[in-house]
Design a protein around this ligand. Structure first.
Ligand code: CMC
Length: 429
């Protein structure tokens, strides 16, 4: 903690608030005692200037386009490690040794099956339901099947719940896809790595051999790494808020899945691809750029802009490279969607409106093209995001439970409704 203090002058009263320093990044003014000392709240809709917690997991420098997990740059994690290594790092704080990694992989692999009765649960959904709706429901239902890992005060149960969630999310997601397309569920296979197993559960059918393409598996693994955590974004904050009440981890992660679904957050990858399809050809780009700039048109260029990044999203750079690798592996030379995306990016990056507002492509800009080329339907894009983000959610949840300063999250408000007034009987209204 620094010795610095912020002095706040309010209605002739002067109070001092401590300034706390992080390892890197902006310092914060601790205003916890502001209400008791001055009688006022702060007002910050959308948390534009508010840190909601202390965390040691992920750091973002939005101006420089830097993303670190436990200090390690995302580029190095995506280039050199696999997704489960990043999971271990997020959960435990350090990269695993070879023995720790082997043990972690073994445990995750052996938790991938879900209770057989959950398969019946799927049949209660309409086949044409959006897979995010199904995943949201099934993840919430996990607490009805795994009672022995819902005691949040037991560190062992917390870790079992974390492992179960990381391991079972791909199975739950793949089953949502299979149910949607009317194919039989495919059970997990323990001789496959995390990403290959997911591809197999999605695309294998009982009537023929399915061989996982290692280039596509590596690309998917990288997509999972890129989406693993992103500090206090909307869905993670939702998980923390739900968790602050003492709710069980499965219920909290279901809340996170629901928050992720929105088009301003994880739902952007699906909507971004729909937008690229709607634009269709390069010559229609100016029309859509004009709409994005028009204040009377609610249209936004999906896959552009970020609350924190005011520079190129570092994940988008890696995603763009992965996208090219996947298209080349699949022999897709001229993808009209990729042409539209690249030209859109070029025009937007040289347009005054986007430069002024520091609107750069974000991770969702290229992920949709990549996932579509791999064979995933658009409705599965956000589900894949949820599979990857589960480790971030559960790591942040664990950190919150272990925080001695943790309190129930309870924001206050600026009330602007009517003042106190007397009830009027219905006959007199
Ligand atoms: N297209 C056109 N204009 C935009 C866009 C966009 N995509 N994003 C922001 N703006 C404009 C906005 O109209 C505003 O202009 P002005 O100052 O003239 O009123 C200015 O830029 C600032 O926007 P804001 O809405 O105050 O910024 P925010 O930090 O609240 O919103 C955002 C961040 C991600 C919700 C927003 O940029 C957006 O809606 N982007 C499209 C959706 C998207 O791609 N989301 C995925 C985010 S990355 C994946 C994830 O982490 O979930």
């Amino acid at each position: 903690m620094s010795e610095n203090k912020a002095t706040i002058n309010l209605a002739g009263k002067s109070v001092e608030m401590p300034i706390l320093d992080g390892t890197i990044g902006p310092s914060v003014v601790d205003i916890g005692k502001l209400l008791s000392q001055t009688g006022v709240f702060t007002f910050d809709p959308g948390f534009l200037s508010t840190a909601s917690c202390e965390s040691k997991i992920t750091y973002i420098d939005g101006d420089e386009g830097i993303l670190l997990h436990r200090g390690y740059p995302i580029e190095q994690l995506a280039e050199n490690g696999d997704f489960l290594e990043t999971c271990y790092l997020l959960l435990h704080g350090e990269l695993p040794t070879a023995a720790e990694k082997a043990d972690f992989d073994y445990r995750i692999t052996r938790h991938t099956m879900i209770h057989e009765q959950m398969a019946i649960f799927y049949r209660g959904f309409r086949r044409d339901a959006h897979p995010m709706a199904v995943v949201c429901g099934v993840v919430g239902a996990l607490s009805a099947f795994y009672h022995d890992s819902t005691d949040i005060n037991d560190p062992y149960q917390r870790m079992v719940a974390s492992m179960r969630l990381i391991a079972k999310m791909p199975t739950i997601a793949a089953m949502a896809y299979k149910y949607n397309v009317g194919q039989p569920f495919v059970y997990p296979k323990n001789d496959l790595d995390y990403a290959s197993n997911f591809l197999n559960m999605c695309f294998a059918v009982p009537c023929e051999e399915y061989k996982v393409n290692p280039i596509l598996a590596r690309a998917l693994d990288r997509i999972f790494i890129l989406h693993a955590d992103h500090e206090q974004n909307a869905s993670t904050s939702t998980v923390r808020l739900a968790g602050s009440t003492g709710a069980n981890p499965f219920a909290c992660i279901a809340a996170g899945v629901a928050a992720l679904w929105g088009p301003a957050h994880g739902g952007a990858n699906e909507i971004c691809l729909r937008m690229l399809e709607e634009i269709g050809t390069v010559d229609r780009i100016p029309e859509f750029i004009a709409r994005a700039k028009d204040k009377n048109d609610p249209f936004r260029l999906m896959g552009f802009g970020h609350r924190v990044y005011k520079n190129y999203d570092p994940r988008a750079k890696i995603m763009q490279k992965t996208c090219h690798e996947v298209l080349s592996e699949l022999g897709i030379k001229d993808d009209p969607l990729l042409d539209v995306a690249m030209e859109l990016e070029r025009i937007a990056l040289s347009d005054e409106y986007f430069i002024e507002r520091k609107l750069y492509p974000n991770v969702d800009f290229y992920s949709g093209i990549t996932l579509k080329a791999m064979g995933f339907p658009l409705t599965m894009f956000t589900v894949l995001f949820a599979v990857a983000r589960t480790v971030g959610w559960i790591s942040q949840w664990q950190e919150m439970i272990e925080d001695p300063n943790q309190k129930i999250g309870r924001p206050r408000q600026l009330y602007t409704g009517p003042g106190s007034r007397d009830f009027i009987p219905i006959s007199k209204r």
